[in-house]
Design a protein around this ligand. Structure first.
Ligand code: HEC
Length: 177
């Protein structure tokens, strides 16, 4: 017991002695500061209201062509699903025992489709699509879900105006008491 106390005291004294040195050494001096351009390259999050949407635009027809080459293999014809997720349909199924959650039936914001596809798809090569291609694919995915018509052109102004069918199907955590 006595040894214990002595050891403990020594240990505490050692910590107190070392503290100022630890504080004085603010950083290990590694790395280089990121430039504004580098930060902008990572700052790709799109808010629900479309904050931060880039320039560029795309049509449903352009999206259909890109889909056929880049997405069809995994997501099937018309987003019906293949080896991977079904992207269309399931409308009206959420409240049934056989709920089918798709981009069209479940996602509350159209802007999220742009954000998701740009950052994550195609699965084997994320980040390879340019902004116009992502607008076009977003238009196509919304079209096969019956949310926009074939003449739709999506860009930073038009995309945030689209209202998704399940827009009011979520409860903000701040509203839960
Ligand atoms: C190699 C297969 C593959 C290809 C090609 C591919 N995807 Fe995907 N996709 C996936 C996988 C796997 C997931 C699920 C990822 C996860 O849950 O983390 C997914 C998920 C998605 C989702 C979300 C579905 C949901 O409801 O959660 C969307 C939207 C999507 N992909 C769109 C696309 C588009 C658009 C393309 C073409 C540019 C594409 N994908 C190409 C494999 C692929």
């Amino acid at each position: 017991m006595f040894i214990h106390k002595v050891l403990m005291r020594k240990f505490l004294v050692l910590i107190l002695l070392l503290c100022p040195f630890a504080l004085a050494q603010e950083s290990p001096g590694l790395g280089v500061p990121a430039s504004p351009e580098e930060v902008a390259g990572w700052d790709i999050s799109i808010g629900p209201e479309g904050e931060n949407l880039p320039a560029g635009s795309g049509t449903v027809a352009q999206g259909a062509s890109i889909y056929a080459v880049q997405c069809f293999a995994c997501h099937g014809p018309n987003g019906e699903g293949a080896t991977n997720d079904r992207l269309a349909g399931g409308h009206g199924s959420l409240e049934t025992a056989n709920a089918r959650k798709t981009v069209g039936s479940y996602w509350p914001y159209a802007t999220t489709v742009f954000d998701y596809v740009r950052r994550a798809m195609p699965f084997q090569q994320p980040g390879s699509l340019n902004d116009g291609e992502v607008y076009a694919l977003t238009a196509y995915l919304l079209n096969i879900n019956g949310i926009v018509d074939e003449a739709t052109v999506l860009n930073a102004e038009t995309l945030p105006t689209i209202e998704m069918p399940n827009r009011d199907g979520f409860i903000w955590s701040s509203e839960v008491r």
